[in-house]
Design a protein around this ligand. Structure first.
Ligand SMILES: C[S@@+](CC[C@H](N)C(=O)[O-])C[C@H]1O[C@@H](n2cnc3c(N)ncnc32)[C@H](O)[C@@H]1O
Length: 293
């Protein structure tokens, strides 16, 4: 891998990545178009920003961002969420990119040179996503509106952060919820869940009552034991609905049709959720989710 390749892109995701970014891209365009003639300052916040580019086996992905660079390499450079946001027209007024990896922050900073007209309005924050978002949410949002994209690898997003986002009443949230890749794996078949895993689930859901939804005891009497019971673990669709309900507890407008993102074997990996304070935003997001292939 070339030096440029190491710094400017990083390898992540799977076949679902394209779907996720297409949904986001469509929403960003619809959003800035809808707010074009309003007096709000508009922002795009990417809290797990990466580098702006991603790499993937060259024959996997349709859209080469820098085909001349990728030509003789085994991997192609594809656009990531940050670059799609910078390319959105009409443009946002401000861009905030949060990333905890220092080398990736440097790659994000380097994007300013590729977008000189936007450079003064791009802020790269080197830090932990939950902390940075909560501090942004504590600001005065009266005259500001933003789209926030939360694209973690796993279970990094804490419920307190989601609550703080909802509390602004000014941020439209797209969140990659780790349905199969995180939660379903921590829910053991036996129901015996190590304390550290329980704690992670509590922090992510903001409550400990998930256990009552995700496990139920069924009676299975037989000839020798009429009182026999068995523990049944919830299917992923129950986990998905539970999380949508949690979002509804803090956001007035939550997409009822989040997108399940599957790997090439058809297993659900993530749930791509949308939540906002405004019904109009929900209408746009739901429409995009409904129409995506
Ligand atoms: C899946 S990648 C993001 C990809 C990006 N959205 C894109 O489309 O190009 C997740 C990124 O989050 C960063 N990250 C992981 N945990 C983090 C945290 N707690 N706070 C901030 N960044 C984090 C990783 O370094 C990685 O670059």
């Amino acid at each position: 891998m070339s030096d440029h390749h190491d710094r400017a892109s990083h390898r992540f995701g799977g076949p679902w990545t394209e779907t996720k970014l297409t949904i986001l891209r469509k929403y960003l365009r619809a959003y800035t178009t809808a707010l074009k003639n309003q007096s709000f300052t508009t922002g795009y916040i990417d809290a797990f920003a990466g580098t702006g580019y991603r790499s993937q086996a060259a024959n996997d992905g349709p859209q080469l961002a820098l085909p001349d660079l990728a030509g003789d390499q085994e991997e192609a450079l594809l656009k990531g969420s940050v670059v799609y946001a910078l390319e959105t027209q009409p443009r946002f007024d401000r861009y905030v990119f949060i990333e905890q990896d220092a080398a990736r922050c440097a790659a994000l900073d380097a994007l300013k040179a590729q977008h000189p007209d936007l450079a003064a309005d791009i802020k790269v924050c080197s830090g932990e996503a939950n902390e940075e978002i909560r501090s942004l949410c504590a600001k005065n949002w009266r005259d500001r509106r933003a789209v926030l994209f939360l694209d973690p690898y796993g279970m990094q997003v804490e419920w307190q952060t989601i609550k703080a986002i909802a509390g602004t009443k000014a941020i439209d949230l797209w969140l990659l919820f780790p349905l199969g890749i995180g939660v379903n794996r921590l829910l053991t078949r036996s129901g015996e869940i190590p304390e550290a895993w329980r704690h992670r689930l509590d922090v992510m859901f903001g409550t400990a009552d998930w256990i009552d939804t995700f496990y139920r005891v069924e009676s299975q009497p037989d000839l020798f034991n009429p009182a026999a019971t068995t523990l049944v673990k919830a299917r992923v669709d129950v986990i998905a609905s539970y999380f949508v309900e949690r979002l509804k507890a803090v956001f007035p407008a939550v997409a009822p049709n989040p997108r399940i993102l599957r790997n090439s074997s058809g297993n659900p990996m993530y749930l791509f959720c949308f939540a906002a304070s405004h019904p109009r935003a929900l209408g746009i997001a739901s429409d995009i989710l409904r129409k995506i292939d």
